[in-house]
Design a protein around this ligand. Structure first.
Ligand code: PLP
Length: 309
């Protein structure tokens, strides 16, 4: 059973005009649960299910937890998502609506994660991590297989980086299909730039905190594989401000009529802010999506996120 969709590949006239260079969009905002996460989570959960692990436990109150809840419902597994008190009520409801049990534990994510790990230690349980697992990367790499099937080889790929799972999947896919010459622009917001920190240090760095509104990029340290790939694949780490990420969400909403999180806005801002030098005939932006956004939340960010002086 494949739990994700083959997502639309769009030639964006609006973004191409802004960039002065052809921009294509891989619309993973249209996956079930609203983000690319189901690609990797679907594969990981399916393999766990086949091994006899029929209870998935996760500590993400964001898109990873939402995707695990969806996968559990489709596979017929029990799902428990342990979230901290800071997880917005509407995300708890979305996860619960997939049939998962949502347990609120602790005021910060680490406390929720400890409870999740303890629960998952029981027989027949699977602890589902959000970005650091080979099955996740393999699942995310299907995005590149879909480009091959569409006979579309981009000049470069723009992708948002949180913990680096999506990035690892995209690079794994590029390497596997022999597109080792397709560079990747790894986008982060300034208050969540853990990949850039590790890449420039040449070793894993834990940043002191996350100050960005792009909560889905909020991993203080990326997975080791992301750092390893940055040593063998052409990668440029770039940052945009929260303001630029939010503006990208607003513009994208008007132009493409799809609501995405600032995490995805960070990737789109690469185009809106002309943050990269176009390479080759066209650029592909992975529209990673995200369900932790509403019109009113986006309006609130628009009012509260500081504008450049
Ligand atoms: C998870 C997520 C990211 C970051 O993905 P990583 O695999 O953690 O790098 C970016 N955008 C959205 C919408 C996400 O859900």
């Amino acid at each position: 059973m494949i739990l994700h969709n083959n997502s639309p590949l769009l030639d964006s006239m609006t973004l191409s005009e802004i960039a002065g260079h052809p921009i294509w969009l891989k619309m993973d905002a249209l996956q079930p649960t609203g983000s690319f996460k189901i690609r990797g989570v679907g594969l990981m959960c399916q393999r766990a299910f086949e091994r006899g692990e029929k209870h998935f436990v996760c500590s993400s109150g964001g898109n990873a937890g939402h995707a695990v809840a969806f996968a559990g419902r489709k596979l017929g597994a029990k799902v428990t998502v342990v979230v901290p008190e800071t997880t917005p009520e509407f995300m708890r409801q979305k996860i619960a609506a997939q049939g998962a049990t949502v347990r609120v534990e602790g005021s910060v994510w680490d406390e929720a994660d400890q409870v999740a790990r303890a629960l998952a230690a029981e027989a027949g349980c699977c602890y589902a991590p959000p970005f650091d697992h080979p099955d996740l990367w393999e699942g995310h790499s299907t995005l590149v297989d879909e480009l091959v099937a569409a006979n579309y080889k981009p000049g470069s790929i723009v992708v948002a980086v949180g913990g680096g799972g999506l990035f690892c999947g995209v690079v794994e896919g590029l390497q596997r299909v022999g597109w080792t010459d397709v560079p990747v622009f790894a986008m982060e917001t300034e208050g969540a730039a853990s990949f850039a920190a590790s890449k420039s240090a040449g070793e894993l760095v834990t940043i002191p905190g996350i100050t960005s509104v792009a909560k889905s990029l909020g991993a203080r340290r990326v997975c080791k594989q992301a750092l390893e790939w940055s040593k063998v694949h052409p990668v440029t780490a770039l940052q945009v401000s929260d303001r630029q990420a939010v503006d990208a969400c607003l513009n994208f909403c008007d132009q493409h009529r799809i609501l995405v999180e600032p995490a995805c806005g960070a990737a789109l801002a690469a185009v809106y802010e002309k943050a990269f030098e176009p390479i080759g005939e066209s650029t592909l932006v992975v529209v990673c999506g995200g369900a932790a956004v509403t019109r009113s939340q986006l309006e609130l960010w628009d009012k509260t996120v500081e504008r450049a002086q």
